[in-house]
Design a binder for this molecule. Structure first.
Ligand SMILES: CC(C)(COP(=O)(O)OP(=O)(O)OC[C@H]1O[C@@H](n2cnc3c(N)ncnc32)[C@H](O)[C@@H]1OP(=O)(O)O)[C@@H](O)C(=O)NCCC(=O)NCCS
Length: 175
């Protein structure tokens, strides 16, 4: 497949911002109004937002590179753990996006495979995430990887509210 998974560096921030904007709109552009979409994309994928997140010590971006192009990326971070997640120390997968033309080639799985040992080596008990409950493609991906639905939470996109599943992937500790 020729995909290289690596951690992002500061030099990737601009490309990550542009790719994040493009892939979010590609995936969710048809479910929300233009105004909601524009404000959400700016808040989460604007270049200054990505730069600020990148600078945090408890945030990591993993990139799936197809030569010099970002084919997919994952953002993991330490954050407040929802009550329904049975862990005191866990990593949140806050963003996972694979470009449409690269989907179903195992890139989402490869990015998750890279996050798993990062979490295990940091002494984290597992990975958790929230995903729109109607995003069947993503929910199926996470289930196929081994995540379980533990509960639900509200998600705001601009003025609109959606229901997300909270999903959890317990990991074996490394010895
Ligand atoms: C969800 C997403 C990251 C999956 O990435 P991917 O690289 O396409 O997934 P993979 O090729 O690694 O798939 C691994 C397995 O997950 C399951 N899966 C993946 N996509 C699926 C789909 N659309 N429908 C059903 N099952 C799917 C399959 O079991 C698949 O194995 P298989 O292809 O051997 O059957 C990708 O579809 C995506 O970026 N979607 C748009 C953005 C998004 O919704 N992100 C999640 C936000 S929380």
């Amino acid at each position: 497949m020729g995909i290289d998974i690596r951690e992002a560096t500061g030099a990737d921030v601009g490309a990550l911002s542009a790719t994040g904007r493009r892939l979010f709109i590609q995936a969710y552009g048809n479910i929300s109004g233009a105004e909601d979409l524009a404000s959400h994309v700016e808040e989460y994928f604007g270049e200054s937002a990505v730069a600020a997140e990148f600078a945090k010590p408890d945030v990591q971006y993993l990139l799936a590179m197809d030569k010099h192009e970002i084919a997919g990326f994952m953002k993991i971070r330490q954050s407040a753990i929802p009550d329904c997640v049975p862990a005191s120390k866990a990593i949140e997968v806050q963003q996972l996006y694979v470009c449409a033309r690269h989907q179903r080639k195992g890139i989402g799985r490869l990015l998750t495979d890279r996050a798993v040992p990062i979490a295990q080596q940091g002494g984290f008990e597992g990975l958790w995430l929230s995903v729109w409950q109607d995003a069947d493609w993503a929910v199926e991906f996470y289930r196929a990887y081994g995540y379980q639905v533990m509960g639900t939470t509200d998600f705001r996109l601009g003025q609109s509210r959606y229901t997300d599943f909270l999903m959890w992937l317990p990991l074996d500790p490394v010895s």
